[in-house]
Design a protein around this ligand. Sequence first.
Ligand SMILES: NC(=O)C1=CN([C@@H]2O[C@H](COP(=O)(O)OP(=O)(O)OC[C@H]3O[C@@H](n4cnc5c(N)ncnc54)[C@H](OP(=O)(O)O)[C@@H]3O)[C@@H](O)[C@H]2O)C=CC1
Ligand SMILES: O=C(O)C1=N[C@H](C(=O)O)C[C@H](O)C1
Length: 269
Amino acid sequence: MTHKPGIVITGASGRMGQMLIKTVLESDKATLVGAVEREGHAWVGRDVGEMMGGQPVGVTVTADALEAFSKAQAVIDFTAPEATLAFSKLAAQARAVHVIGTTGMTDEQIAQLEPASRHAVIVRAGNMSLGVNLLVQLTKKVAAALDEDFDIEVIEAHHHHKVDAPSGTALMLGEAAAEGRGVKLADVRDSGRDGITGARKRGDIGFTAIRGGDIVGEHDVLFAAAGERIVLRHLATDRGIFARGALKAALWGQDKGPGQYDMVDVLGL
Ligand SMILES: NC(=O)C1=CN([C@@H]2O[C@H](COP(=O)(O)OP(=O)(O)OC[C@H]3O[C@@H](n4cnc5c(N)ncnc54)[C@H](OP(=O)(O)O)[C@@H]3O)[C@@H](O)[C@H]2O)C=CC1
Ligand SMILES: O=C(O)C1=N[C@H](C(=O)O)C[C@H](O)C1
């Protein structure tokens, strides 16, 4: 019998946490060995299957992340930037693959992952779906083929609970467009227009964030010129696409050396 990697899910009660637990429990390639929530959370000490409204699964939610990680081969983490930074140190200590889906991390926070990645595999992506990662590649190609007569705008829409903007995916798409054009996103980024903004600056890459209802995640990359427009679009209708991508990353990372990777590496795009 082949060994099935043991997986711990952090932020177990969250929208993605619950989807990840369901995905791991349904998989025949991995085993759920832990579920983490913060100290004082109502789920701590209870069976995670029961907390999700189903049958017991024999995994008790814990606030002791290091203890949980040390029994696992991978940690899948869709939480918040400060939590992810703390988990990266603990996952490295446990030599577990750390799959990071958390978005909204600053450049400084991303840089702080480096010490952990010297000891363990980190796979981080603002979007773990196959479709979006393909869209990123397409965006780079289209941006490289067009000149600045085409204004580039990234438009994203998400549910009203989302706390960060632009979304991690929008930033991945913006980075890809900038790379295609041979510029740095930081030099051309235009987000949060409001008031008398002045005319659009040629070459800028604009971002618009829509928040409402239960939208899972929608992303358009618009290339607008005089007389024509191209729109590249991805619509997510089920969080399962992110969870399946994250589990694939956790399994992929099992035989890799320490370092930082993304979904382009995992999917071989
Ligand atoms: N890369 C990708 O493919 C995707 C990324 N995401 C990203 O995943 C993240 C989570 O999204 P979502 O599940 O919708 O969010 P939720 O708010 O539903 O869940 C977040 C979970 O993380 C926990 N958490 C938050 N802060 C801390 C902390 N400081 N310490 C410990 N636990 C903490 C929360 O616990 P508590 O309830 O106690 O606060 C909660 O269980 C976001 O950054 C989102 O953008 C989402 C979908 C896809
Ligand atoms: O918060 C979410 O829900 C999502 N976050 C990710 C992002 O910021 O791009 C991925 C997905 O769009 C859902």
